[in-house]
Design a protein around this ligand. Structure first.
Ligand SMILES: Cc1cc2nc3c(=O)[nH]c(=O)nc-3n(C[C@H](O)[C@H](O)[C@H](O)COP(=O)(O)OP(=O)(O)OC[C@H]3O[C@@H](n4cnc5c(N)ncnc54)[C@H](O)[C@@H]3O)c2cc1C
Length: 433
């Protein structure tokens, strides 16, 4: 079959790989001038400190072989891609100084709860905020302990985070100094957007991050992607933005650069709002489901501006701050590098400033789906429109984990959704034969 795939994120690339292995004639259209979507690695950030040899990720950075990324990790190993363990530790500081906390690498593993709590208390003592930190510590302990129940209980299904926090009497201090910074780190938003998230999606991601014994970092996610697409690289067309998809009789027409190309099947591996825009003849069911998703844009800066890091060292891997610039998050993977290079990756919400342009190496703008209650519903409902008139969907927003699990926007889900859509096309073909 002749199959068109729109988007070269991990979802589109995995679908393409499976279908290529099944001898289908695939073509991948990618709007950007590089392959990979949210996977973008830079290696040319060379400086006196030797950062040039360190891969710096603008998008996806970590994976967890046990809970979050088991399938993808097995694939990483199968392809022989090098990964190394890294310490996922956090710091939080606020100019208004409600409370500052930091975690050590022991944040992961069996003792993570007590080590985190002791770190919070120790930080409080160091900063002369002891009593406040005690209150915060007990709230944090309550929240961390409630995570498994939050994930499992039907009573929390479809509940907005804000409603949960109110119902369970979490303090403003806890929301401002723990919940919002964490959501900024994982989903790029704070305030209203963060409070609109689905409490079970938030809880299941946090539960997985907290309980995993060890996080890993590949030797550049670009090397992993290259291993995925190298068998069919000549079938990928970059700088080719698709503008419309139209079903016409037995074929699906794709409009690119003013020209129409015909396919037997088309896989839309773009963010959901783009998928809807592309479907010129969207059915009411397709429109109703795709409209439920909400996307936002996160701008990410790779830079050397140390004012985006806490004034006090040691820096953590993920440094969360709130000050006159807004809420920001700065990732420092110097822990991985013997030279401890001063190269940082920052993003924020409601920012009134950007890192010093003279010290900025590169930027990226990411369109990402928000984990709202509607997202949770739509990510499951999308199953009902799969294959309609030869159009299929995959991507981080399409639920592809076990049917009874909570949807997630991690890379693992995007990876599996690409494989699954290819399997569905193969099954349909077998059925037709
Ligand atoms: C800053 C950041 C950090 C993250 N960190 C992690 C992490 O550490 N671990 C983790 O598991 N997950 C992480 N994620 C989530 C992860 O990125 C996603 O789950 C996954 O990579 C999304 O893949 P995708 O294939 O669905 O979409 P994308 O990667 O967004 O790919 C969609 C592709 O479609 C292309 N496209 C769009 N419109 C068109 C068009 N009209 N024509 C042609 N092509 C088009 C886009 O250019 C893009 O390449 C992170 C996300 C972000 C933004």
């Amino acid at each position: 079959m002749k199959i068109g795939i729109i988007g070269s994120g991990i979802a589109g690339l995995m679908a393409a790989r499976q279908l290529h292995e099944q001898q289908h004639a695939i073509t991948v259209f990618e709007a950007q001038d590089y392959i990979g979507g949210h996977v973008k690695t830079v290696r040319d950030a060379a400086g006196e400190d030797g950062a040039g040899s360190m891969p710096v990720e603008l998008g996806v950075f970590m994976h967890d072989p046990r809970y979050i990324h088991p399938t993808m990790n097995a694939y990483v190993r199968k392809l022989g891609v090098v990964s190394q363990p890294f310490k996922l530790c956090f710091s939080y500081s606020s100019a208004g100084h409600k409370l500052a906390w930091s975690t050590k690498s022991e944040y992961s593993g069996a003792v993570r709860e007590w080590s985190l709590l002791l770190a919070v208390v120790w930080d409080g003592i160091r900063h002369g905020q002891g009593l406040r930190n005690w209150e915060f510590m007990f709230e944090l302990r309550r929240f961390l302990r409630s995570l498994p129940k939050l994930c499992e209980s039907q009573g929390y299904a479809g509940m907005r985070l804000e409603d949960f926090l109110r119902k369970e009497n979490y303090s403003d201090c806890f929301v401002q100094t723990w919940m919002l910074p964490q959501i900024l780190c994982w989903w790029g938003v704070t305030n209203t957007h963060a409070l609109d998230t689905d409490v079970q999606v938030v809880a299941s991601s946090m539960n997985d991050v907290v309980r995993t014994p060890q996080h890993f970092f590949t030797d550049g996610w670009d090397t992993f992607l290259k291993s995925v697409y190298s068998p069919y690289q000549e079938r990928i067309q970059t700088s080719r933005r698709v503008t419309k998809i139209n079903r016409c009789g037995d074929s699906v027409q794709v409009l690119v650069d003013g020209r129409v190309e015909d396919f037997d099947q088309v896989i839309v591996a773009t963010p959901p709002d783009i998928s809807l825009d592309l479907l010129a003849d969207a059915t009411p069911a397709e429109a109703a489901i795709l409209q439920k998703f909400e996307t936002i844009t996160t701008t990410v800066y790779v830079h050397r501006d140390v004012s985006w890091l806490p004034a006090k060292k040691p820096w953590a891997t993920i440094n969360l701050m709130h000050d006159a610039r807004g809420s920001l998050c700065t990732f420092w993977n110097g822990e991985l590098h013997p030279e401890k290079p001063a190269v940082f990756v920052s993003w924020g919400d409601g920012l009134t400033a950007v890192p010093d342009p003279a010290k900025t190496l590169t930027t990226a703008r990411w369109l990402r789906t928000l984990p709202t209650v509607n997202y949770t519903r739509a990510s499951r409902e999308i199953e009902a429109i799969q294959g309609a008139g030869g159009v299929w969907h995959c991507g981080a927003h399409v639920h592809a984990l076990d049917a009874d699990s909570i949807p997630s926007l991690w890379h693992e889900n995007a990876f599996r959704s690409g494989i699954r859509v290819a399997e569905k096309i193969a099954a349909q073909q077998r059925g037709a034969a």
